[in-house]
Design a protein around this ligand. Structure first.
Ligand SMILES: Cc1cc2nc3c(=O)[nH]c(=O)nc-3n(C[C@H](O)[C@H](O)[C@H](O)COP(=O)(O)OP(=O)(O)OC[C@H]3O[C@@H](n4cnc5c(N)ncnc54)[C@H](O)[C@@H]3O)c2cc1C
Length: 462
């Protein structure tokens, strides 16, 4: 592609900003990033409180966050944040140690079985499911893998045929049962469901395993994790400062029209002309949202194939509260509540995060899910009350809520559409209307998968 191509990027989150970085690295400097809010970072949002920053969005990374590491190198920053620490509580608020055999004599047979299934699972993923962990979903529904290896920072291109990969279309629960490793869900559920990515009986295994590949899950188990002192938002603020063309904030995109090989974007009342457009903002939002976010299908001259495919996207209703507590009510550490990570406990507190060990004058953040594919959405206010009540049950009552949001989170499709080749159909549309689709839906809803997808998009098409 001509290096002078005029490229519009919608969204100043990890996907959009890293698309800018990778384009720039490849010699494309004629790009413009449009961000609707007055800040960059998207779901990496780290507000200030009592002289520090807390996390309303993304919190952590793992050592295999190669794209995030590219950004760190580009900006000369590193993951310098507080060590993560966690413990577990049951729904009654008692501290438990579910993985410690000595504390769970009756559960020893189950724990032993889980250990052996874990070993088997690791082997299965390496052999039967070879190719499962490349970024993105190209070919999976047809039993192929195609992408860039995530085994090390080199990210070599890999491809091959493996009919077993079709199993990844199944809900993760069914996938585990099929392989006789159902107990590994006890290990995967912590960094999956409580991190807002839905329930194992509804979410295709492909999403679960592309994010939580075996190595990443082991890093969670060993708490071998990265955080950032100034918050994850700082990574993207820094990137924005280092880009030749920083994001244009407060950009209200009213209309996008694609005709005669050009893209016309009406932004803040003015029409701008581009050659290509990369969309990292939501492609489709099935309901009206209080925060005013819209799917691209609401402001683009959307074509029939786009409308049909994007209408299949759903997302998680993931709620975060930032609360103050009295010093004597401050939790000792972060806690996971496994009892609440099941669809029957929709709306309840699943995990709460104490970020700073050295002080009790900082906020605690709480996390809950309000929707399962087969159930009615729990109303926001009901869920909020449940979470605050749960904090009391946990012996860590909140004295005040200082911040809150219900996030448009983890867009995805369900097994039926996944198996029917949703991803290959969308991938085949890349550049069809001078439009590229990137961001969470195309890979997975975490910082690295989205930034990595942008890297690969630039590698593949520019
Ligand atoms: C509570 C929470 C915890 C999380 N924890 C982690 C974690 O520990 N580790 C991790 O890796 N990830 C985590 N994530 C996920 C991670 O933050 C996201 O996956 C990542 O930010 C996605 O990047 P993105 O650029 O694709 O989308 P976003 O971050 O959503 O960015 C999209 C951007 O597009 C903008 N936009 C939307 N519509 C328009 C429009 N019409 N015009 C212009 N701009 C528009 C938005 O304002 C936003 O800035 C967490 C997220 C949340 C909310």
């Amino acid at each position: 592609m001509d290096k002078n191509t005029r490229i519009c990027i919608i969204g100043g989150g990890p996907a959009g900003l890293s698309a800018g970085m990778y384009l720039e690295k490849k010699g494309y400097e004629n790009y413009t990033i449009l961000e609707r809010l007055d800040r960059v970072g998207g779901k990496c949002w780290s507000p200030h409180y009592n002289g520090r920053r807390y996390e309303m969005g993304a919190i952590m990374g793992v050592p295999s966050y190669y794209a995030v590491h590219d950004v760190e190198e580009f900006c000369g920053i590193t993951h310098d944040g507080p060590q993560l620490n966690r413990n577990y509580k049951n729904a009654k608020g008692d501290v438990i140690e579910p993985f410690e055999p000595k504390k769970n004599i009756l559960k020893i047979p189950r724990l032993l079985k889980m250990k052996s299934q874990l070993k088997k699972f690791g082997e299965l993923l390496e052999t039967k499911y070879k190719g499962y962990d490349v970024n993105g979903h190209r070919g999976v529904a047809e039993g192929r893998y195609e992408g860039f290896s995530q085994q090390n920072a080199k990210r070599e291109p890999v491809s091959g045929t493996n009919p077993n990969l079709k199993d990844l279309c199944l809900p993760f629960k069914v996938f585990c049962e099929k392989n006789g490793v159902e107990l590994v869900q006890d290990v995967w559920i912590g960094p999956y469901t409580s991190f807002g990515y839905g329930y194992f009986d509804e979410i295709p295994a492909a999403y679960v395993l592309k994010y939580l590949d075996f190595q990443t899950t082991m890093n969670f188990v060993k708490v071998n994790l990265w955080t950032w002192k100034n918050g994850t938002q700082y990574i993207w603020e820094q990137l924005n400062e280092h880009l030749k063309n920083p994001a244009r904030l407060n950009s209200n995109i009213e209309k996008v029209e694609r005709r005669d090989g050009k893209v016309y974007v009406t932004v803040n009342g003015k029409v701008e002309e581009y050659d290509k457009i990369i969309v990292t903002a939501p492609l489709h939002i099935p309901n009206k949202r209080a925060d005013g976010q819209k799917g691209m299908d609401e402001y683009f001259d959307v074509r029939e194939d786009e409308a049909k495919l994007f209408s299949r996207i759903d997302y998680e209703r993931y709620d975060v509260l930032a609360v103050e507590t009295k010093p004597e009510d401050h939790p000792e550490i972060s806690y996971y509540v496994f009892d609440n990570m099941v669809p029957e406990k929709l709306g309840h507190l699943m995990v709460y995060y104490r970020r700073w060990k050295d002080t009790k004058d900082q906020v605690i953040t709480t996390y809950s899910l309000r929707k399962h594919k087969d159930s009615k959405e729990v109303p926001y206010e009901t869920c909020r009350k449940m979470v605050l009540d749960d904090l009391k049950t946990m012996h860590n009552p909140a004295s005040n809520v200082v911040n809150e949001w219900s996030v448009y989170y983890f867009p995805h499709v369900f097994s039926e559409d996944y198996a029917a080749g949703w991803y290959d159909k969308v991938e085949a549309m890349q550049d069809k209307y001078d439009t590229f689709y990137a961001g969470e839906i195309m890979s997975f809803g975490d910082m690295d998968e989205t930034a990595e997808y942008s890297r690969e998009l630039v590698e593949r098409f520019f």
